[in-house]
Design a protein around this ligand. Sequence first.
Ligand code: SF4
Length: 253
Amino acid sequence: MIFDEIKILKQHGNQFIPDVTKPQLPGPFKGRPEISAEEVNEMALASLCPTGAIGTSPVSIDMGKCVMCGECSFAYPNKIKFTTDYKIATNIRERLIVKEGDINPISIDENKIRAEIQSLFGRSLKLREISAAGSNADEQELNACGNVNFDMGRFGIEFLASPRHCDGIVITGPISENMAEAVQVCYDAVPDPKIIMLVGTDAISGGIFVGSGALNRSFLEKYIIDLYVPGNPPHPLTFVNGVLEMIRGKKKN
Ligand code: SF4
């Protein structure tokens, strides 16, 4: 009996990703964009974007605003290409703006990581997720971070129910007026020192909801954001790699 089970386990092989820094994602995935020097009608290109993520002179894409619809790369395939580079989380908001000719990875500025983050949370980080009018897309990907493939629990990273037992909050969604107080109450309940992460385009910039009277994003003006995780929704590997680099530096395992 037990031998049958061992046989099945052997057939299944390893389901977890042994090194989360190494997987290659397939082509349809849209990660860091690259913008060539080809001359195009910049205003026409920018006008395609539903969220105003495309800047001109030089052409740029703000990954904090991009909803990954792909319209720009469909219309101007020689100008804009989305690579499969999923390591696009950063602690510097300006680094999410990729300009014409940029081919360097989007990175975390280690000098800007608060000292207590790596000394206290390097081996154990408990987080409270707040869906602040999220669509459930970002939230589903965050759930996936704990599944058997990505298994962020092996690094001591977990989502918990009570903010009083957590080290920080993870906000998804554009933060509606109805959720503004809940975000503040939840943040206040987390003991110091604490981390704030924004996950997904909606949380980072408001996404397609920018300018809506139903939003109240004043919470974000009061605090330092420790990590921006772009994507619509972000890939679990974007979240896991970003958090690991923030709490452990370049050495991840
Ligand atoms: S893929 Fe991003 S930058 Fe391009 S049009 Fe869509 S939202 Fe705008």
